[in-house]
Design a protein around this ligand. Structure first.
Ligand SMILES: Nc1ncnc2c1ncn2[C@@H]1O[C@H](COP(=O)(O)OP(=O)(O)OP(=O)(O)O)[C@@H](O)[C@H]1O
Length: 251
């Protein structure tokens, strides 16, 4: 197997229900090293549940999630902490601490997760992470002084600072105007190029899926009904796809 086709996320027969609500009904997906997969689905179809299963925040009812060769369900304690450092999760809300400066927001995951770092190491890592997302000038600002797009970038920088092997983006463009969305899409692609990271991008945004996804996986009725290039997934759309994605998108 060549490195280009090495699967780093392997999901098989994954099922998850909450009482009578059968959210995931047999999800299968393989994501290869260095690949960006965009997961599209309507609100409430289980995209966040899927992410939580991938990072071990939820347990599957059936099926398996193997990430970086480890069965996520079996990870506990320190092994789970180490695993979560390799899998960066960028929240929909950016989840910045409003009372902390941008510098302090970026230091936070480092200080919490990496032991024995010197002040100089921390400063260097923060400066590099900010430079990676093109926002060096914001280092001493507060989150409230930044635009929505800048906050999303800082959220991504805060995830990148731990140099994860996998990036999970939850709605990276939600609430942004089309131009700022394009900038975030470009950043997601740059992250793949520069860090050779493997990414799953959860989105409702067709432009985001088209721009960032090497492949697109369409979650419908608890399963990935269609997986392939954007063009393949939207060729010959059935009624369920047409109903929700019948609008124009930016190229
Ligand atoms: N811990 C939980 N307990 C009970 N029900 C839950 C739990 N987590 C999610 N659900 C339900 O599972 C369904 C899928 O939720 P999920 O958050 O994954 O949707 P989503 O596709 O991410 O939606 P959105 O695009 O709106 O964020 C929803 O009906 C939700 O209410």
């Amino acid at each position: 197997m060549t490195p280009a086709t090495k699967p780093v996320i392997q999901i098989k027969g994954l099922r998850k229900s909450f009482g009578d609500l059968h959210v995931l009904r047999g999800v299968d997906l393989e994501v290869n090293q260095g690949e960006n997969v965009a997961v599209l689905g309507r609100s409430g179809t289980g995209k966040s549940v899927l992410i939580k299963l991938i990072i071990g925040m939820l347990k599957p009812d059936a099926g398996s999630v193997i990430v970086l060769g480890q069965d996520v369900e079996t990870l506990r304690g320190r092994a789970l902490d180490e695993f979560r450092q390799k899998v960066g999760f960028s929240f929909q809300s950016s989840a910045l601490y409003d009372s902390m400066s941008i510098r302090e927001n970026l230091e936070f995951p480092l200080v919490r997760n990496v032991r024995n770092l010197s002040r100089a190491d921390i400063d260097k890592a923060v400066e590099k992470a900010l430079d990676d997302v093109g926002l060096s000038q914001t280092i001493n600002q507060m989150p409230s002084e930044l635009s929505g797009g800048q906050r999303k970038r800082i959220g991504i920088a805060r995830t990148l600072i731990l140099q994860p092997e996998i990036m999970l983006y939850d709605e990276p463009t939600s609430g942004l105007d089309p131009i700022t969305s394009i900038e975030i899409n470009n950043l997601i692609n740059e992250v793949r190029e520069r860090f050779k990271a493997t990414s799953i991008i959860i989105t409702h945004d067709l432009t985001c899926a088209k721009t960032t996804g090497d492949r697109v996986a369409m979650l419908l009725d608890g399963k990935f009904e269609r997986v392939g290039s954007f063009e393949e997934v939207f060729a010959d759309p059935d009624e369920r796809i047409k109903q929700f994605y019948n609008y124009k998108f930016v190229d």
